[in-house]
Design a protein around this ligand. Structure first.
Ligand code: FES
Ligand code: FE2
Length: 443
């Protein structure tokens, strides 16, 4: 079980918190590159409980910094983005993307602009996304070596979706594979789906067996079920430090992707999803269908977004949310056409994890053997965060991003026997990979 104290340590992300300091050892995907226009309006963003401003200067460089002007703390959100920097509209002080004060026009000479610095974070752009490093160390590591980040940019798809709950319960929804046969497919009868429908195996046996282990990048599970004559249906999934998952919702051989659960603050999370457009996965396969060709209820594609606003938490919000009960359809729930009554796999997961409340009260839980991936992941996170706090031990992958390179998730059927680590290694060796880059420096 997770105690109240452990729950608090695992879920709080602000400066000085146990997990918050761990998160500050890693690169964080913050916003789409397309959200920032040269000399365009600054954006308010929230990351790890800090209110920040992001802007793109006249040369195309991106700055991410504390929104408060270092003079008298007026918000730089109101600032003028002009001629290579952001100028505070209160007294005209101006800052470049690194936080250097370029101009102090309200102060008679000699001014002291070389002594003033806005609190700016390091930034890189990759795969159409602005990444921020909020650590204080002099040297920052390269970006995580996810295979998907080595795929050419024009083959990578990215989406952002805000979720209104703590990052941990959002992330745990991804490594909780036993919910699939209920929340997403509880209404699907195996007689009504064809042999090659990918979700067939998950409904033949709704209580699969699991292996769970620690890995260099975090934790991994393999759910497995019999799949006919001495064959096994495998579903591998991963947790990757500090807030990433890889889900088994695609064919293992091509499923290069990474799913980030970025803590905006203690009670809001941004889902940031990178995937390869040529992968055979839930994003490229047709909507699941019954043998008669009718789409399986609740598996609708696409998400309806509210318009983005300039609020700290106003970006990439779904139109179906707690305020309208995630548009649950009680008729569909009762007549068996959609088990949950909610249409869309992502929305079902979103509704469930938001319905737990802003931060789960861990003392009320009754974790089962089928939750062992969740308990192991919590323990791995907590041990790493405490080792950082108590002994300064750098957490997994933070300064050795190559550990992520061996992480893959997905499903496959195999007759290779039950040595699950061996099965994983042989499937990984046969899978599609991007060319191995020379280890990239943080550009
Ligand atoms: S508060 Fe920003 S210039 Fe004075
Ligand atoms: Fe799910």
């Amino acid at each position: 079980m997770t105690t109240a104290k452990q729950g608090e340590e695992l879920t709080r992300v602000g400066p000085g918190t146990v997990i918050g300091e761990l998160m500050r050892c890693y690169w964080i995907p913050a916003l789409m590159s397309s959200e920032l226009v040269r000399d365009g309006e600054p954006r308010r963003i929230m990351l790890l409980g800090e209110k920040l401003i992001a802007f793109r200067d006249s040369d195309g460089r991106v700055g991410v910094m504390d929104h408060r002007c270092p003079h008298r703390c007026a918000s730089l959100f109101l600032g003028r983005n002009e001629e290579g920097g952001l100028r505070c509209i209160y007294h005209g002080w101006k800052f470049d993307v690194a936080g250097n004060c370029l101009d102090m026009p309200s102060v008679p000479p000699p001014d002291f602009k070389q002594k003033v610095k806005a609190r700016a974070y390091r930034v890189v752009e990759r795969a159409g996304v602005v990444w921020v490093h909020m650590g204080t160390q002099a040297e920052v590591p390269p970006l995580p070596a996810f295979e998907i980040l080595d795929v050419p940019d024009d083959e990578i798809r990215v989406s952002f979706i805000q979720r209104d709950c703590n990052y941990l319960q959002a992330l745990e929804g991804e490594i909780d594979t036993s919910h699939f046969g209920f929340l997403h497919a509880g209404h699907v009868n195996v007689e009504n789906v064809s042999e090659d429908e990918p979700l067939r195996h998950t409904i033949i046996d709704r209580a699969p067996k699991y292996h769970v282990t620690d890995t260099p990048w975090g934790t991994q599970y393999a759910g497995y079920r019999p799949a006919g004559a001495s064959r096994t249906y495998w579903r591998f999934g991963n947790f990757l430090f500090p807030f990433w998952t890889q889900a088994p919702n695609g064919e293992f051989a091509s499923h290069m992707h990474a799913r980030g659960w970025v803590p905006l603050d203690d009670t809001h999370t941004m889902f940031v999803f990178f995937w390869w457009k040529h992968a055979v996965s839930a994003m490229s396969l047709p909507q699941p269908a019954f043998t008669d060709g009718m789409p399986i209820g609740g598996t609708g594609r696409g998400n309806e977004f509210l318009p983005n606003t300039s609020d700290w938490l106003g970006r990439w919000r779904l139109a179906a949310n707690a305020g309208n009960d995630w548009r649950i359809d009680r008729v569909a729930q009762q007549n068996g056409s959609i088990y949950s009554g909610i249409d869309g796999i992502h929305l079902q997961d979103q509704a469930i994890t938001e319905s737990m409340g802003p931060i789960v009260d861990h003392e009320l839980e009754h974790l089962a053997p089928s939750d062992q991936m969740i308990t192991r992941t919590r323990r791995r996170l907590l041990i790493a965060a405490q080792a950082l706090r108590d002994r300064g031990v750098v957490p997994p992958g933070a300064d050795n991003p190559c550990v992520y390179r061996e992480a893959r998730s997905g499903y496959f059927v195999s007759s290779e026997g039950n040595d699950w680590r061996g099965v994983y290694a042989s499937q990984l060796a046969e899978a599609i990979h991007p060319p191995l880059p020379a280890m990239r420096a943080a550009e």
